[in-house]
Design a protein around this ligand. Structure first.
Ligand SMILES: Cc1cc2nc3c(=O)[nH]c(=O)nc-3n(C[C@H](O)[C@H](O)[C@H](O)COP(=O)(O)OP(=O)(O)OC[C@H]3O[C@@H](n4cnc5c(N)ncnc54)[C@H](O)[C@@H]3O)c2cc1C
Length: 537
């Protein structure tokens, strides 16, 4: 069963091995023993009566309303764990067809209700928080719109309903020998519609493409009517309007169906481990590989602090000891050495050639390949890491991430600036932050920079929220100052809203506002997310 106040399935647990716990204690101190965790019953008892009328497609049961009142952002976690969450949708609608979707929109309109489209509820930036408003709020769950509607295998186009989750989508395509290949770390629960609405990026997007490359078109239900984007292979007929839906965060309409570009299941999908003597060498190596057009499927390059932390979290002390001895023979010491992963997808011959070319490039920067076992372990466990969030919270620590993308000339500078801002941000609280970063999406012109931070929980919700806000603000300002985008993959929601104008500019923000106002003149669709329009909560 899905965890009601944390990440994932209740049945799955990830341990923090003692050496990793010791590192954390050394870096930031012993975890805080908090008091006052809320039970499910206590939270359910807080839910006020619904302001919506009855409708056969709308469920007003308290548990439904609670489970659709949040995503996975830090404020969401704090509200759930301490029971301070205080805004809930008045009901959850579950349409099963386009007609029912239309019926629900009509019901919301007649009841003057705001609508929050809900995919898998995995947003980490406040996309799903319920506004403080006198109007009723309806959560529109896409959960029952989860079918493969049509597969044009000849053209490699699949039409799917937008509420389909990652595993369900892949299972339906794999039955026909096809794959979408979109694997965000939230794959287990996130949905096709959510990926489109947040401009998501999968772990192997260097091969399959980000969602904006995979989303070929679709059908969107808007307050102005049904908007159909045909799936042309390419088009020069004016601006590409698909890009208005991509990243629209539920503000322009509900993605009912999406046409996606699918691939044949690959013969090989392999990930290899590698180490470099320094961060500088490693960055130069992956930049060179990306610039040379070598067809890799993924690159993940951890900095020294992340390398140390990940090796301790892996928990296999003996194997890691042997690995360190081997690396020492190859003149790599950790620290300052760094760890990387590189993946290849394709036929056996394609993978062999690409890997050989990448390796020869890495050798120029003293890179050492440690073969497949490390990559295979990553492939096996790649959706499990978020479960550590539950364990760490129970040990008294909160963990969150910030991410950006910048051109190569600013990658290391940006990472260093963001980490410094995060590290110093809790000085007024007399607290420390454990912070580390990796590059996870590497392009010819630059890279994403993904920074993880851990801090001790406060004694209560206000103190914990204040610590998180201090870190998040410092990191976001550092990103803007470094000229990075405020999000490479998580989107804007409420948490990044104030930083959006720094990259869109006044003209861009006016345009965005006009589009939203045109599509949703009554301000009913997910108000307050992406931009804060006039009169919006
Ligand atoms: C542990 C973890 C790991 C993550 N890893 C990644 C990652 O690797 N890459 C990445 O890109 N993101 C990642 N994320 C962020 C998140 O999973 C993505 O933003 C994802 O795309 C959200 O999809 P969802 O279905 O859960 O949408 P939700 O969280 O339910 O909604 C997100 C937004 O999309 C809107 N929306 C949802 N469905 C529709 C629809 N059908 N029509 C219109 N609007 C809609 C909602 O209104 C909301 O504004 C991660 C999150 C977590 C918790």
């Amino acid at each position: 069963m899905r965890n009601w106040n944390g990440w994932g399935d209740d049945a799955l647990h990830m341990d923090v091995p003692p050496p990793a716990a010791a590192l954390l204690k050394k870096r930031i101190g012993k975890g805080t023993r908090t008091r006052g965790g809320a039970s499910l019953q206590q939270l359910l008892a807080r839910i006020p009566s619904s302001r919506l009328g009855d409708h056969s497609l709308v469920n007003q049961a308290p548990f439904e309303r609670l489970s659709h009142a949040h995503g996975q952002s830090m404020p969401d976690w704090i509200g759930l764990r301490w029971g301070t969450l205080n805004r809930f949708p008045d009901g959850v609608a579950y349409p099963t067809s386009g007609d029912e979707l239309q019926e629900v929109l009509e019901f919301a309109r007649n009841g003057r209700a705001m609508i929050i489209p809900y995919g898998g509820g995995t947003s980490v930036v406040g996309h799903l928080s319920v506004p403080d408003t006198d109007q009723p709020v309806l959560s529109l769950s896409l959960e029952r719109l989860n079918r493969l509607v049509h597969l044009d295998a000849y053209s490699r186009l699949a039409t799917l309903e937008a509420g389909v989750t990652g595993p369900d989508l892949e299972a339906q395509l794999r039955a026909h020998g096809m794959t979408l290949g979109h694997y965000p770390q939230s794959f287990q629960y996130s949905t096709l519609g959510g990926w489109v609405a947040t401009r998501s990026s999968g772990q192997q997007s260097s091969h399959y493409g980000r969602i904006e490359e995979l989303f070929a078109g679709g059908e969107i239900h808007t307050p102005r009517g049904v908007w159909v984007c045909p799936p042309f292979p390419a088009s020069a007929a004016g601006p590409d309007l698909r890009h208005l839906i991509l990243g629209s965060e539920g503000r322009l309409g509900i993605v009912h169906r999406a046409v996606v570009r699918v691939s044949l299941l690959p013969e090989r999908d392999e990930v290899y481990g590698m180490f470099f003597p320094s961060w500088r060498n490693a960055v130069r190596a992956v930049r060179a590989v990306a610039g040379a057009g070598i067809p890799y499927a993924m690159v993940r390059l951890s900095n020294t602090e992340e390398t140390l932390t990940q090796l301790l979290l892996a928990g296999k002390e003996k194997a890691i000891h042997m690995l360190e001895r081997y690396l020492r023979l190859r003149k790599i010491e950790i620290p300052p050495g760094v760890m990387g992963l590189m993946g290849f997808i394709g036929s056996r011959a394609q993978v062999r050639t690409a890997r050989r070319e990448a390796l020869s490039m890495f050798r120029r920067y003293q890179g050492v390949s440690v073969g497949r076992p490390m990559g295979a372990a990553w492939q096996k466990n790649r959706f499990k890491a978020p479960y550590l969030r539950n364990t760490l919270w129970n040990l008294g620590y909160a963990v969150d991430t910030v991410e950006t993308a910048v051109p190569w000339a600013r990658v290391t500078r940006t990472m260093t600036a963001v980490e410094a801002a995060v590290r110093n941000s809790l000085r007024p609280f007399n607290e420390k932050v454990h912070v580390f970063s990796h590059l996870s999406h590497v392009y010819a012109t630059g890279s994403s920079v993904y920074t993880t931070f851990l801090f001790r929980l406060g004694e209560g919700p206000q103190e914990t929220l204040a610590r998180w806000e201090a870190i998040k603000t410092a990191a976001s300002r550092a990103i803007v100052q470094a000229g990075g985008t405020i999000s490479h993959q998580h989107g804007v929601g409420t948490d990044h809203r104030d930083y959006l104008s720094a990259e869109k500019g006044r003209v861009g923000m006016d345009l965005l506002r006009q589009v939203i106002t045109h599509m949703d003149p009554e301000v009913r669709l997910n108000p307050g997310k992406l931009i804060g329009g006039e009169g919006e909560p």
